[in-house]
Design a protein around this ligand. Structure first.
Ligand code: F6R
Length: 245
């Protein structure tokens, strides 16, 4: 794993965006794997700026999002569909039919997982997968204990993940209990992975990732087996003085 630290979240976002936009320019038909959450929003902002000022085009780019809440309509502002539209897609020239996100409203979520895998096989492999890191080590919504051979599947979210994500909702009771997520093996199929880690609340998880053993109990640890992983971490992940005891 190639680890790069940046002095701030802004610097991390700029570094990540310039890496992604370079990849898009090199390969206009690139397939990107995308994440939601707080960590990549700065990178998306920078990608939009880059699209507007330098004209990097996404017309031929295909994207696959990692996950979506079960039972969440696209119109719900907390859906990952709405998130992607707001933070990236509506600001760039990507074609809607090339942006894939699991359908949280499918009447048969298990079937939807199979369909998503079919789309990944048809349009993939993912050239560059962006990931954030859960404080409990999850990647996508693959919670601790998920098998490293998992493909796209329905998960029951842990209380800690629902609590962490409740900041976007009125309260924890509004956070869905289940999600569809690409599996660990589906993520590991990506040719290259860019993991973004920011904020003091990720310090423990980051340490575990670097120094802990590879275990299903800490899903991100499997990334150590991937041949091409780049990690961008901001100073707050490393700086002990930023941790409030
Ligand atoms: C989001 C996702 C999650 C997040 C993780 C970190 O699509 O799959 O694994 O990347 O929960 O979230 P933030 O960035 O909000 O701390």
């Amino acid at each position: 794993m190639d680890i790069i630290t940046t002095p701030s979240y802004e610097a991390l976002s700029k570094e990540a965006a310039s890496y992604v936009s370079r990849k898009v320019q090199e390969n206009p038909h690139i397939v990107l794997g995308l994440a939601t959450g707080s960590t990549p929003t700065g990178m998306y902002e920078q990608l939009i700026k880059d699209h507007i000022t330098l004209g990097t085009s996404y017309r031929n780019v295909t994207t696959f999002n990692l996950d979506e809440y079960v039972g969440m309509s696209k119109k719900n502002p907390n859906s990952y569909y709405a998130f992607m539209k707001k933070h990236l897609f509506q600001h760039i020239d990507i074609q809607n039919e090339f942006t894939f996100i699991p359908d949280g409203m499918s009447g048969d979520p298990q079937k939807e997982c199979g369909l998503y895998e079919e789309k990944l096989s048809k349009h993939g492999p993912i050239d560059l997968q962006i990931l954030g890191l859960g404080a409990n080590g999850h990647i996508g919504f693959n919670e601790p204990g998920t098998s490293s051979s998992s493909r796209t599947h329905v998960v029951e979210l842990t209380d800690s993940t629902r609590k962490a994500n409740s900041r976007f909702f009125k309260g924890i009771e509004d956070v869905p209990t289940h999600a569809i997520t690409m599996g660990i093996d589906s993520i590991m199929d990506a040719k290259e992975i860019l993991l973004l880690v920011a904020g003091a609340n990720k310090r423990e998880a980051f340490e575990k990732l670097l120094y802990g053993e590879i275990s299903d109990n800490f899903p991100a640890s499997i990334l150590k087996k991937h041949p091409c992983v780049k990690i961008l971490a901001d100073q707050s992940v490393l700086d002990t003085s930023s941790i409030i005891a």
